[in-house]
Design a protein around this ligand. Sequence first.
Ligand code: MG
Ligand code: MG
Length: 262
Amino acid sequence: MATIPKTPDELLIMREAGRINARAHQAMREAVQPGISTGELDRIAADVLRKHGATAAFLGYPPGGPYPFPATITASVNNELVHGIPSPDRILKEGDIISLDCGTVFNGYVGDSAFTMGVGPISDEAQRLLDVTETALKIGIDKARAGTHTRDISRTIQRYIEGQGYSVVREYTGHGVGRTMHEDPQVPNWWPPGRPRRGWHSERLQPGVTFALEPMVNMGHPATEVLDDHWTVVTLDGALCAHFEHTIAIVPDGPPLILTAL
Ligand code: MG
Ligand code: MG
């Protein structure tokens, strides 16, 4: 599948999809506190999408798959990295960190973004993990310019995270976003050293290319596994992890447009 740059009209729709997604994030951010359930956060995000005439990109994903995702958001707590299934029984407590990911479909186009935050006061070490992961996303976004190779974004993100003493998750990558949630280009958060490997494709970015960057950072070992619910990804060593994501659009000059900003 080739990377297809978007037209200016398509970018306007994607900006609107991204803004609605950001509003869902904002509503959840304001609601996060000890005692709330991840199921309640899901309901809050679903209400925002409905109010704006948008639908949930995650609900029922992937189409035709054996385990369609059952909710609007993914809610992943502490050692859960991504894809946690929201539940009324999952109650947040003070000191937890929670990663909230949401995808919006508006007029046929997708916005995809995620963030991690503390529930009440959190430890200094957890806060540092959040700060480093958010900064990794910012650094990656700043690198994403017309003419840049995607592998240079990958390397920049990896170098920063590892330089801070954390590890980069290998199994999940940034991805093109448009009419579907996952299209080309793939933009991993790391790049294998040495000669190009089979299956690894880097491309030079052109204006109009839209994709999500989403560094996933583990405090300990990079390895992850998927739980028996077929979705929730956890760190293999049980250590904390964090995830920040924006969908962006490459412009002719300068830093990209952040489509999922408020
Ligand atoms: Mg994504
Ligand atoms: Mg996402």
